[in-house]
Design a protein around this ligand. Structure first.
Ligand SMILES: NC(=O)c1ccc[n+]([C@@H]2O[C@H](COP(=O)([O-])OP(=O)(O)OC[C@H]3O[C@@H](n4cnc5c(N)ncnc54)[C@H](O)[C@@H]3O)[C@@H](O)[C@H]2O)c1
Ligand SMILES: [Zn+2]
Length: 348
């Protein structure tokens, strides 16, 4: 893939390297209102950023929409951007998704660099080439696949990020560990997530993002093995939608919760070791708590799973594991098995 991921040791010089390879007449930085305040000061005095023009959009996923997209196009146009301009997306997944789409479409595409500032964006959203916006009430409805030229990862930005958003991003790291190696998984389930050591986390983020890169490289357009990245997401998306109607939860919490029934099914159907399932579940319960579903919610949850856009022909598609790193895509489960997995989620 054409995207280069840099695990930063010295942000200023890494940015110089990236900018040298993204020749540009003008340089733009896209932030949301929060990252403008908290993250832009970290980079704004760098010599290489002397002539930047800053474009700022409102924060949060509810603004990952056509209005914000137009604000970015307008900002680029009024700032005199040409096909040879470059934009740095400085923010969480909302900014990297929307900024990537804005850059990919403005003048048929200008170069962009992602500097993710949330853990979720570092290990997930900023790599893999998916860009886009929400539209017509549907998430990520309009967008394109296009890689940023560079992704620069620096956990320094996480100093200002709240604990919930740290946990949310970490759930995707847990998923990457489960589909990768025992050593990685072991380190993840032993980590003190309540008091994260940012130096250690920086290295773990580097390992984690490599798992996603490797899988995306094998299957950029989600035809097969990229489905490994859906682990935890079949139940996870249903939990997320269920919670949305009651008390919304962050995506990563839904994924962490989703890993529990999916690991249960992996034990039951594909031979995942029970002790490793238990250890992962204990970690999730400790740091994420639980979701208060009852058996009266099962039908609604199963209905939500049927409507997930990942499914075809009404069959619920699961990614399961035969062991850590032993990925089994395109698995199915009966309604009875799904209900058992939900029982386990509530009581296990
Ligand atoms: N493209 C992909 O492959 C992919 C993958 C996963 C998620 N996503 C998308 O990513 C988005 C979610 O990403 P997110 O969780 O980063 O959300 P986000 O970008 O909305 O960030 C969450 C909140 O944290 C704030 N923030 C960002 N950096 C901060 C910092 N360093 N300190 C303090 N506050 C900070 C933001 O302003 C926002 O209010 C969704 O739109 C989702 O669809 C995309
Ligand atoms: Zn996810």
């Amino acid at each position: 893939m054409s995207q280069r991921v840099i695990i930063s040791t010295h942000l200023e010089s890494e940015l110089v390297t990236a900018l040298a390879e993204c020749e540009h007449d003008k340089l733009f930085v896209l932030t949301d209102t929060t990252t403008q305040e908290l993250c832009l000061p970290v980079i704004k005095n760098f010599y290489s950023l002397k002539h930047i023009q800053v474009i700022t959009i409102p924060a949060s996923d509810s603004h990952k929409d056509i209005e914000s997209l137009m604000m970015v196009w307008k900002g680029l146009q009024e700032g005199g951007a040409s096909r040879h301009s470059c934009m740095i997306n400085l923010g969480g997944g909302m900014v990297t998704d929307l900024g990537g789409f804005a850059a990919s479409t403005f003048k048929r595409g200008i170069n962009f660099i992602n500097i993710p500032t949330t853990l979720l964006a570092m290990v997930d959203a900023s790599v893999g080439g998916k860009t886009g916006i929400n539209f017509g009430g549907l998430k990520n409805e309009v967008g394109v696949f296009n890689d940023s030229k560079y992704v620069i990862l620096d956990t320094e930005f996480l100093k200002t990020l709240d604990a919930e958003n740290i946990c949310s991003g970490y759930a995707e790291m847990l998923k990457h560990g489960l589909i990768s190696t025992e050593a990685m998984w072991e380190e993840l389930v032993s980590f003190d997530l309540a008091n994260p050591d940012l130096k250690q986390l920086q290295r773990m983020v580097g390992d984690s993002v490599k798992v996603k890169e490797r899988i995306v490289e094998l299957d950029p357009h989600e035809k097969g093995i990229r489905k490994a990245l859906n682990l935890g997401h079949t139940f996870g998306h249903a939990f997320e939608s269920w919670a949305l109607k009651r008390k919304p939860i962050l995506h990563g919490y839904a994924v962490a919760f989703g890993l529990i029934p999916e690991l249960y099914l992996s034990v039951a159907k594909t031979g995942f070791p029970t002790d490793k399932m238990r250890q992962t579940v204990t970690f999730i319960k400790e740091y994420y708590g639980t979701l208060n579903i009852t058996c009266d919610d099962y039908d609604e949850l199963i209905e939500l799973m049927h409507h997930d856009k990942k499914n075809q022909n009404g069959i619920i598609n699961f990614t399961m594991l035969g062991g850590i790193g032993d990925i089994r895509i395109n698995q199915t489960a009966t309604t009875e098995e799904i209900k058992e997995a939900l029982d386990f989620f509530r009581e296990g």
